[in-house]
Ligand binder design. Structure first.
Ligand SMILES: [Zn+2]
Length: 307
């Protein structure tokens, strides 16, 4: 089930060949575990950092940079063949992977960028703030706008391959952010949207819980999705953006979680979307379109109400 069981031993070795032999062995012992879900616990991070000898911050920066090829191995890029990997360290000391996902047959607007993926992964693991972000290619403008939605975004230490570290605020000058619209909420600091749903379905209640903690301070259109496979349950929360277009749909969020957990999109057996009937923004039509492209499962849409 783990992602790295899908990589051959040679491919995995290639991803970490640039590291010392003891560090390679330590990494393999973690990422080959069946319960590895593209997230290193703070204890695992400490065992990895013990293999470095510079200052604490420099060691963390180098570790994040060194893990990029492993994050890239999660990339699904059938259109561009441009494999982007992102590695983020949270305030908790945990490290997360993210990678781009493309969907052949739909518009490019459905593409998930690696930075969106790693932020979704960190949010899923209850992280509320990122301190470091390493990426295999410079973040595009779309991603800089997405990152700017985060709590304390300006202070994130951004590490671009072959470039010195830089503060995020320095690569997005004169930024447009939530505060320009009078909003104090920030992505990854999950709100409680106070929603209720009349349904006895366990999957529907999980989708409701995703909608309840989704982020939509601009359109006030909370939504969440639950995907079921034989191996697990994956939730996706709407992640809205003050500039609208970089927003990430709940289905995209759920697909990120499913893929980074080592599960297969083709194994989705049921899918439930929960949103408000009267919302200004509805996920139903585009989610059905994306799901019908990648799965035979029909999306069930249920309408919640405010408590
Ligand atoms: Zn991007």
């Amino acid at each position: 089930m783990a992602h790295f069981t899908k990589l051959s031993s040679e491919q995995l070795t290639d991803c970490i060949a640039h590291l010392s032999t003891p560090l390679q062995q330590q990494l393999k012992s973690i990422v080959c575990r069946v319960d590895f879900k593209a997230c290193f616990t703070s204890e695992q991070v400490q065992t990895l950092l013990a293999h470095y000898s510079a200052s604490d911050k420099a060691n963390k920066q180098q570790l994040c940079r060194d893990l990029i090829p492993l994050a890239q191995s999660y990339s699904l890029a059938p259109i561009s063949s441009f494999y982007v990997g992102a590695v983020a360290m949270g305030e908790s000391g945990k490290i997360y992977f993210g990678a781009n996902m493309e969907f052949k047959g739909l518009t490019l607007a459905q593409t998930v960028h690696a930075e969106q993926s790693v932020i979704t992964n960190a949010w899923r693991h209850q992280e509320t703030k990122l301190v470091m972000l390493a990426v295999s290619a410079p973040p595009c403008g779309h991603c800089r706008q997405f990152i700017n939605e985060l709590n304390g975004a300006g202070d994130i230490d951004v590490l671009i391959t072959k470039q010195p570290s830089t503060r995020f605020a320095d690569i997005l000058p004169m930024a447009f952010g939530p505060s320009d619209l009078g909003i104090s909420a920030r992505l990854m600091v999950s709100p409680d949207n106070q929603l209720t749903l009349k349904s006895d379905s366990v999957l529907a209640q999980h989708a409701l819980s995703a909608a309840t903690s989704s982020y939509s301070p601009f359109s006030l259109s909370p939504s969440g999705i639950a995907l079921q496979t034989p191996n697990g349950l994956y939730l996706g929360r709407y992640a809205e953006n003050c500039a609208y277009n970089p927003s990430l749909s709940p289905l995209q969020g759920a697909l990120i979680s499913l893929h980074l957990s080592g599960d297969s999109i083709s194994d989705i057996s049921s899918a439930v979307l929960v949103e408000h009937k009267e919302s200004k923004v509805s996920q139903e039509k585009t989610s059905k379109q994306l799901l019908s492209l990648i799965s035979d499962v029909t999306l069930e849409t249920l309408h919640c109400s405010v408590k």
